[in-house]
Write a protein that binds this ligand. Structure first.
Ligand code: NAD
Length: 293
């Protein structure tokens, strides 16, 4: 059996998988692979799957499966699995980091010092304490963000199409969350319903000077509308880890917009999370091999 590790996993993984068969990161050997391990970079399109005639299993180390053509994989009888439970803490901590970095001007203060500028008077901080956090999506990651935000003394409101009540957040219709929140943090998957759900209309319903944090998917936000809202000062900061493509193209309207805080899709990339993902991958391949016997 050939296991192809197509994206970045913990460096210990090849050794841990070697008892199952040959392990390679040579993508040109896709046609021989029985199991392919991916994260977000590899796109398992119809063409990709059709060039892997021996493929029986895809494991995505991470939450979303939007980079796999699951219909076509299903028709081919390829098992598609992921590790959704592993990444919640890692992503939630990045969401908090983006929120804190934006209101504390961490990047501007640091860059000022590097340039020999003492921006003490210019950089006016603000606090999370007693502010309202609006979560859009309160599943695994949104829930972990809520716990952390509560520890900062925030009031938490949330909108989720599948959740009616929560011990930690007041569940409200989307418009009310948008109207009440000082900070909005996105935690939905990318679906037909959530694609560009943050757009000119929904931004118009937000508070003046709101801070929007996105560790969900770039496609949940209309980037051109967000760039205009930043230019106008309507949104105080858009702090995002996610983009409509990785990396964003040079003409992405957000790259030149003011008051952006940008991360290169590192939400799931803590070393602890890579180890957790590795544990789950080993467990899933063990189960697959045992069933095959
Ligand atoms: P989850 O399934 O536990 O929670 C998602 C929640 O969104 C669910 O409760 C669901 O009901 C809700 N939802 C779906 N559609 C909605 C809509 N239209 N309006 C409001 N709520 C809606 O998933 P999770 O583990 O919390 O992950 C959330 C998302 O985070 C993933 O789908 C992925 O896109 C993103 N993610 C990003 C990174 C990163 O590196 N930045 C890493 C992991 C996950």
């Amino acid at each position: 059996m050939l296991i192809l590790i197509s994206d970045a996993f913990d460096p210990s993984l090849p050794d841990r998988l070697s008892s199952f068969g040959e392990v390679t990161d040579d993508k040109s050997r896709l046609a021989e692979a029985e199991i392919v391990l991916i994260r977000s970079k590899t796109k398992c399109t119809r063409e990709y799957l059709d060039s892997a005639p021996k493929l029986k299993m895809i494991i995505r180390g991470g939450v979303g499966l939007d980079n796999v053509d699951r219909d076509h994989a299903g028709q081919r009888g390829i098992i598609v699995d992921n590790t959704p439970e592993a990444s919640s803490v890692a992503v939630a901590e990045l969401a908090m980091a983006l929120m804190l970095a934006s209101i504390n001007h961490v990047v501007a203060g640091h860059n000022g010092m590097v340039q020999g500028k003492w921006l003490k008077k210019e950089l006016k901080r603000s606090e999370l304490y007693r502010k309202t956090l609006g979560l859009i999506g309160i599943g695994r990651i949104g829930g972990e963000v809520a716990v952390r935000a509560r520890a900062f003394g925030m009031e938490i409101v949330a909108h989720d199409t599948q959740v009616d009540s929560s011990p930690i957040a007041e569940i409200l219709p989307l418009d009310q969350v948008l109207a009440r929140a000082d900070y909005i943090s996105l935690h939905t998957p990318l679906t037909d319903q959530t694609r560009q759900m943050i757009n000119a209309d929904t931004i118009a319903k937000m508070k003046q000077g709101v801070i929007v944090v996105n560790t969900a998917r770039g496609g949940c936000v209309d980037e051109a509308a967000m760039a205009r809202a930043l230019e106008a000062g309507r949104v105080r900061c858009y702090a995002t880890d996610v983009w409509t493509s990785d990396p964003p193209p040079a003409d992405c309207p957000l790259l030149g917009a003011p008051n952006m805080l940008m991360a290169p899709h590192i939400g799931a990339s803590s070393k602890e999370n890579l180890l957790r993902i590795g544990d789950l991958v080993v467990e899933k391949i063990t189960n697959y091999v045992n069933k095959r016997k």
